[in-house]
Design a protein around this ligand. Structure first.
Ligand SMILES: Cc1cc2nc3c(=O)[nH]c(=O)nc-3n(C[C@H](O)[C@H](O)[C@H](O)COP(=O)(O)OP(=O)(O)OC[C@H]3O[C@@H](n4cnc5c(N)ncnc54)[C@H](O)[C@@H]3O)c2cc1C
Length: 511
């Protein structure tokens, strides 16, 4: 038992409305669960399949996968693991590239923990920077399902910023400290006002700023190391504005000009600060599969507007016009992109379509604190463009690569890659991606990460590929320094026997 947090001895009020539209998830081996050596209540489905992540770079065989539906199920699973000395990790949609969801013992799929409580309005509540609305969700809720739920609420609500994809789950995005593209926001973990987590003793612990600021800070971005997250309460806002989304395809050197990186950096800085959100996507070839260097870069800019989203015929006409605009990008992953301007509801603007619906990608990514004149971003990105071009043109099988850049504010969360004591500090979030199966990409990713760390004091995005980087764990231990001890102080109360620690974090988190 902890004295720094609230423990609920029995079921806390579960979020009420289920969003579940899931098809049955039981595998053919499910029935075998009841024949296992451990007693599992019949209500908890258990499967024995191997697990592969979305990107296809990780496959492993957990001893068993639990499919809980209730808080009681989570508590039972934690207690079973404790009794039998098993390790546990969770999986949401399996969209991380690092081995964070890997557990050789128990894996907990959160897909059916998908209930949402009606949003609450409390203008006096713990919602600094918001307008007093919060929503409490179970952590298997999909990003796109919560978007829809909030949009249909009266009054309509939204999150101010979010990850680009809608098909991942809140447990995954909060655990890993993920982020959107808004320079006015920090990470998803910074939108949390309360979290409840089932610890290694099978007890539900509530974390909030009011109860214990230090434990709350640890919980908001906890790498899955405090237990099975049951619910998260998130700040949301009234959907009073829309986004004016402007897509353009300027020359690369009009933004990333290495002949005068300081002047170029200041220009970029002013671009970034004028918008709500900005994202750059760059692919190395003018035409997909032909090695002519691409002199242009994709730029997406989002600005808040009170203008309304066009409806009916006007909307159809605009859509048609936009689809006919140049350039027709022949990179299969970005073929949905067209130059132009559109007014969109906030979730539609954030989760724009990309991908071909078939291909998956690999990704390594970092957070780097930007210099006051953004010079280091100009240098880091330009260098990446060059190195990636050399890699991509060296073999036809390497041609499906892309680079991506966004900017967000710092976070005060102790395990955040964008941790900084200055709340106004800006971080560049840089990604290097390639189609899954690209030969040599793992080596390129590791070498690029090593360079980012060495040159720019960058921190790996926890969910991306970083573990193969030489010397990365000693570097992380040095950089996170005393914050690891702070985190462990909270963690050791909840998980004294390291039940939730897998190989990904074992060395990093060592006392
Ligand atoms: C196409 C694509 C686009 C992406 N876009 C972005 C983006 O815009 N911004 C960004 O920052 N990231 C992005 N990511 C990364 C993605 O947001 C993270 O990998 C996220 O963690 C995925 O969520 P998930 O549901 O797949 O979680 P998983 O990958 O299944 O799990 C991630 C971690 O969360 C833990 N976990 C999940 N639920 C719980 C729980 N209830 N209790 C305890 N631990 C839990 C797991 O154990 C694991 O450690 C993207 C990934 C892809 C594939």
């Amino acid at each position: 038992m902890t004295n720094s947090t609230h423990i609920h001895e029995e079921n806390a009020a579960a979020p009420s409305g289920s969003l579940s539209t899931l098809s049955p998830i039981l595998s053919s081996k499910a029935a075998a669960a009841l024949d296992g050596p451990e007693y599992v209540p019949e209500s908890i489905y258990v499967t024995f399949d191997s697990w592969t992540n979305w990107g296809g770079n990780l496959t492993y065989q957990p001893e068993r996968t639990f499919h809980p539906k209730t808080l009681g199920d989570l508590k039972t699973i934690a207690r079973l693991a404790k009794t039998h000395g098993k390790k546990i990790r969770c999986t949401g949609s399996g969209h991380s590239w690092s081995s964070t969801a890997v557990s050789k013992d128990y894996l907990v799929s959160t897909r059916e923990m998908d209930k949402v409580s009606p949003p609450v309005h409390n203008p006096e509540g713990p919602c600094e920077g918001g307008d007093g609305w919060t929503v409490t969700i179970e952590t298997g809720v999909l990003i796109e399902d919560l978007d829809l739920y909030l949009r249909q609420h009266n009054p309509p609500l939204t999150l101010p910023s979010n990850v680009l994809v809608g098909c991942v789950r809140y447990g995954g995005v909060l655990t890993m400290g993920t982020h959107g593209a808004s320079v006015n926001s920090s990470t998803m973990s910074d939108m949390v006002t309360e979290m409840t987590i089932v610890n290694a003793h099978g007890e539900l612990v509530t974390y909030s700023e009011a109860v214990d600021p230090e434990a709350f800070n640890a919980a908001c971005l906890n790498l899955g190391l405090l237990g099975l997250i049951y619910t998260a309460t998130l700040k949301v806002e009234l959907m009073q504005t829309r986004m004016r989304v402007r897509d353009s395809y300027p020359r690369l050197d009009s933004i990333f000009n290495t002949s005068d990186p300081s002047a170029s950096g200041l220009k970029l800085k002013s671009m970034v600060l004028q918008q709500d959100s900005i994202e750059f996507i760059y692919w190395p070839f003018k035409r997909f599969g032909q090695e002519t260097f691409n002199e242009h870069i994709w730029c997406k800019q989002w600005a808040r507007t009170t203008d309304l989203v066009p409806e009916g015929e006007e909307a159809e006409a605009r859509k048609k016009l936009l689809a006919e605009r140049p350039p027709s990008v022949d990179h299969p992953f970005f073929a949905s992109f067209h130059v132009g301007e559109e007014i969109m509801e906030i979730p539609d603007a954030i989760h724009f379509p990309f991908g071909d619906g078939k291909s998956t990608v690999l990704d390594t990514g970092i957070a780097m604190k930007v210099d006051p004149d953004f010079k280091n971003v100009i240098e880091a990105f330009s260098e990446l463009v060059e190195k990636n071009y050399e890699f991509s043109r060296s073999m036809p099988e390497r041609m499906g690569t892309a680079l991506e850049l966004r900017f967000i504010r710092s976070s005060n969360k102790m395990l955040s890659p964008v941790y900084d004591e200055d709340p106004e500090a800006i971080f560049a979030m840089v990604n290097l991606m390639a189609l899954s199966g690209t030969p040599g990409f793992e080596e390129l990713a590791a070498a690029t990460m090593a360079n980012w760390i060495h040159r720019y004091n960058a921190k790996p995005h926890w969910a991306k590929m970083w573990e193969a980087t030489p010397g990365v764990v000693p570097y992380l231990r040095q950089e996170y320094g005393p914050r690891i001890a702070r985190f462990n102080k909270v963690r050791k109360v909840q998980d004294p026997l390291d039940m939730f620690v897998n190989a990904t974090f074992e060395e990093f988190i060592r006392d």
